[in-house]
Design a binder for this molecule. Structure first.
Ligand code: NAI
Length: 256
């Protein structure tokens, strides 16, 4: 059995991922702001310290995989601090615990929304690792347009971070595949209110066409996350893999 750390484990995709892994006999250390083995607010420095310390203690200093799922979709700076800085902190702070594994793996949940309009200032500040500048750029975006591009910006930034980090010595030479999964619309507490409203559901599916099966259950991205973080994955790294019922292929039909 392997030991997995899953953030966002209390709900939606994180809960589905933790459940799948437990069903297969693995140990899961779940992190969330509520209803989890370790309670930590990943938007804060204190919460990230709690994550690092408590996982070290709970695991005896050895884990096999990290899956960063926690995220929010508010048009507010917290979306940047959780989805980007919280996710990067999760992977970087737990990386030292992966070195003792025979098959260390890491994955993150990005989104189809990387294909949508983003705010360059926010994305750039994220990739510089400058959280204060990113929050300030996010506040500017909120004042300008209500922060409508912040969610996509957080996900664009995290996908670009994954591509860079995956080939760096810290991850590649250490033998750790690192990938992102980009779900389309997933039925979860994050999207349920929109999906329950027929007009909003139609509008959402115009923006995110999902010709194959429509909106998915959380198990669809969870299945891929478990494969990417299994010993079977030896060479897939630095990828952003869409699990989106064909949304990416619909929006970028001419691209590969
Ligand atoms: P959800 O709302 O069901 O689950 C998100 C979890 O993250 C919750 O349990 C929440 O408590 C936790 N969380 C939020 N802020 C946190 C913080 N500061 N510290 C620690 N934990 C925190 O949402 P869902 O749909 O399962 O989303 C999971 C991930 O998938 C997110 O990163 C989201 O952006 C992404 N995603 C979701 C899509 C969807 O259609 N539902 C589509 C594409 C990506």
């Amino acid at each position: 059995a392997r030991t997995y750390v899953v953030t966002g484990a209390a709900s939606g995709i994180g809960a589905a991922t933790a459940a799948l892994l437990r069903t297969r006999g693995h140990r899961v250390i779940g992190i969330d702001i509520r209803n989890a083995d370790i309670i930590a607010d990943l938007s804060t420095a204190d919460g990230r310290d709690t994550l690092a310390g408590a996982v070290d203690q709970a695991s005896g200093g050895r884990i096999d995989a990290v899956i960063a799922v926690a995220g929010v979709a508010a048009p507010a700076p917290v979306t940047i601090t959780v989805n980007y800085f919280g996710a990067v902190a999760t992977l970087e702070r737990l990386r030292p615990l992966l070195v003792h594994s025979d098959a260390p793996r890491a994955a993150i949940v990005s989104s189809f929304s990387t294909l949508q309009t983003t705010d360059d200032d926010v994305v750039e500040a994220c990739l510089q690792g400058d959280e204060a500048a990113a929050v300030s750029a996010a506040e500017t975006a909120v004042a300008r347009d209500g922060g409508q591009t912040l969610y996509a910006s957080s996900k664009r930034a995290i996908s670009r971070w994954v591509r860079r980090a995956a080939i760096s010595p810290e991850w590649a030479e250490a033998g750790v595949p690192l990938n992102a999964v980009g779900p389309g619309i997933v039925i979860s507490p994050m999207t349920q209110p929109m999906l329950d409203n027929p007009e909003q559901r139609d509008a959402l599916l115009q923006v995110v066409p999902m010709p194959l099966h429509g909106p998915s259950e959380p198990a669809a991205p969870a299945e891929l996350l478990t494969w990417l973080t299994s010993p079977a994955n030896t060479h897939v790294t630095g990828q952003v893999i869409f699990v989106d019922g064909g949304a990416d292929a619909s929006l970028r039909t001419g691209d590969i």
